[in-house]
Ligand binder design. Structure first.
Ligand SMILES: Cc1cc2nc3c(=O)[nH]c(=O)nc-3n(C[C@H](O)[C@H](O)[C@H](O)COP(=O)(O)OP(=O)(O)OC[C@H]3O[C@@H](n4cnc5c(N)ncnc54)[C@H](O)[C@@H]3O)c2cc1C
Ligand code: SF4
Length: 516
């Protein structure tokens, strides 16, 4: 009796459900580097290098741990190029009596796995991915009982479930569930920003980088200076380093943007988390322990834990609840092609240029750059959400569809019509000016609303509200903005709209082939 255990590239967790309670002598672990996964979009070079290096390290650790691993490399001559092709090849080779696999993270892969039963005669056991704190079915039950999917209430349930930052009487530590009002402070001069830990590439990573440079050299992004954690041990060091150096200020400056500072107080743990090198519960527990010992203040620990057990779990539940329809959602009817500067960074808008530079160099941009700069601009400009989603899926080292798509379609583009967020995350230049030091150095004037020197976000913001007036005017959270719009002189309103149109006319669409 042989069990075949396919372990996917984002399932690199030693305690994975499919690897537990199995007699290793009767099992073959199958790990596959397949062309289909490296090219369904043209991922950032650094992202491909990260995934392949982490997979190769994980396979070696499994072997050292006594597992038999059938590891298929991208350049193996017999490689069929797809998960299905490789699983069928492994069935021919190992003659297993059953397959045991943990449910995949993405719809595309689930569809492939669903098709295996029709192609082989052996039982396939698909196990829930219990690295997540909230199971898919649990989220569906939670959602069915509500009219609105309010993240805050979901988060409170996750706090109760995990006991994180909870007192024995069942009340939240500090008396409040959410301490955001103490957070999100603009950056001050003279702050010291710690760098995330850098792991110099070893022989395996060097080999993979060579492969990526040769085979995917035309993809977006820089490979040089690769320093991401590629093993669980490295990821644990990165977590400890973050807790010690950055977490204390994480909440306070969570929304800040500073020219030339790529990480500020963010953790840059999402690549390791999404690969499985860290589990969400261990990351959240590490933050809670740091609070318990007095090493970090409550506002920082609470905010960070909310991102992990709140937002991260919530978007995963949303993904499986709303797929596949949400992938094509376009509630605002946006049709503009993605501008070319998302790939080149060549724009006079300094906030955009900085965010694209960080993205190109590090396969990273922090949440506010993604939401209030890159995403906000695309929504205000009316870019087709599926092009925006493709871009986000390509360019970030942490991008997997289950987490990227809800954040793009739901949170940042409002393309789901408000299922995820009751109000669009739209903002003019004033928000970016308040939270960053970019505007003072930008060629545009953030105080001007119209004309060639005006910050483009300003006119675009009002143009967006005007375009979608029927949809948003009655939204409780937007009434104030429409009251301001109504008070404006009609000639002023016209000049905003004309300025927005003139700017949009200058946008050059991205050349085909960057993303797919
Ligand atoms: C348009 C858009 C696209 C995004 N695409 C992705 C993506 O492809 N992959 C991804 O992991 N995150 C995505 N996010 C969420 C968030 O921006 C990143 O998780 C975060 O920037 C990763 O950097 P960090 O590890 O330094 O995060 P930190 O600021 O240090 O936050 C800690 C952790 O919280 C989790 N987290 C925080 N916010 C979210 C969120 N909204 N959704 C899910 N997890 C969250 C992440 O695991 C992150 O590592 C996206 C957000 C937006 C607005
Ligand atoms: S002035 Fe406008 S375009 Fe320039 S950095 Fe500020 S918000 Fe961005």
């Amino acid at each position: 009796m042989t069990i075949l255990i396919p372990v996917l590239g984002d399932q690199l967790t030693h305690q994975l459900a499919s690897l537990r309670d199995v007699d290793r002598s009767g099992a073959v672990v199958l790990m596959m580097e397949v062309a289909e996964e490296t090219t369904y979009v043209r991922h950032h070079k650094r992202k491909i290098a990260l995934i392949l290096s982490a997979m190769r390290h994980f396979a070696r650790e499994l072997e050292e741990d006594g597992w038999t691993v059938d590891y298929v490399r991208l350049d193996d001559p017999g490689n069929k190029g797809s998960f299905t092709g490789e699983v069928m090849r492994a069935i021919d080779l190992h003659r297993p009596t059953s397959i045991r696999i943990v449910e995949p993270g993405e719809w595309r892969v689930k569809t492939a796995i669903d098709g295996w039963a029709g192609q082989c005669q052996i039982p396939i056991d698909v196990l829930p991915d219990d690295r997540f704190i909230c199971g898919i079915l649990k989220f569906q039950t939670w959602a069915q009982a509500r009219n609105e999917l309010t993240m805050e209430f979901f988060y409170r349930d996750m706090r109760r479930k995990t006991g994180l930052l909870m007192k024995v009487d069942g009340k939240p530590e500090g008396g409040q569930w959410n301490l955001d009002k103490e957070n999100r402070v603009p950056p001050k001069r003279g702050l010291n920003y710690p760098e995330p830990m850098h792991f110099a590439p070893d022989e395996t990573t060097e080999e993979v980088m060579h492969l990526v440079a040769n085979r995917f050299g035309g993809h977006f992004g820089r490979l040089e200076n690769f320093g991401l954690p590629v093993t669980a041990a490295q990821a644990k060091s990165a977590l400890a380093h973050f807790i010690q150096t950055a977490l204390p200020d994480f909440g306070t400056y969570q929304d800040a943007m500073v020219t030339g500072q790529d990480w500020l107080y963010h953790s840059w743990l999402s690549p390791a988390l999404n690969l499985g090198l860290l589990t969400p519960i261990e990351v959240a527990q590490a933050a809670a322990s740091a609070y318990a010992t007095g090493a970090v203040p409550l506002n920082a620990a609470e905010d960070f834990i909310r991102q992990i057990i709140g937002w991260r779990e919530y978007v995963r539940g949303y993904y499986w609840l709303e797929m596949p329809e949400v992938a094509d959602a376009n509630a605002l009817g946006a049709t503009r092609p993605l501008p070319e500067f998302y790939w080149t960074g060549e724009t006079d808008m300094l906030c955009m240029a900085e965010a694209v530079r960080n993205t190109r160099d590090n396969a990273y941009a922090h949440h506010i750059q993604r939401l209030m700069v890159l995403g906000n601009f695309a929504m205000l400009a009316g870019v087709r959400p599926q092009e925006v989603a493709d871009w986000f899926l390509v360019v970030y080292a942490d991008a997997y569809e289950w987490v990227e798509l809800p954040n793009v379609i739901g949170m940042s583009q409002h393309a789901d019509g408000g299922r995820l967020a009751t109000k669009p995350y739209a903002g003019g230049g004033a928000y970016i000016n308040r939270m960053s030091d970019h505007c003072g150095r930008c060629r545009y004037d953030v105080k001007l609303k119209t004309g060639p020197d005006a910050c483009p976000f300003n006119a675009l913001y009002w143009d967006f509200l005007a375009r979608h007036e029927r949809r948003f005017r009655r939204n409780r959270r937007m009434m104030q903005m429409y009251a301001n719009w109504d008070r404006m002189d009609p000639a002023v309103r016209d000049s905003y709209r004309a300025s927005a149109a003139a700017f949009l006319d200058t946008l050059e669409p991205a050349a085909k082939g960057w993303a797919r």
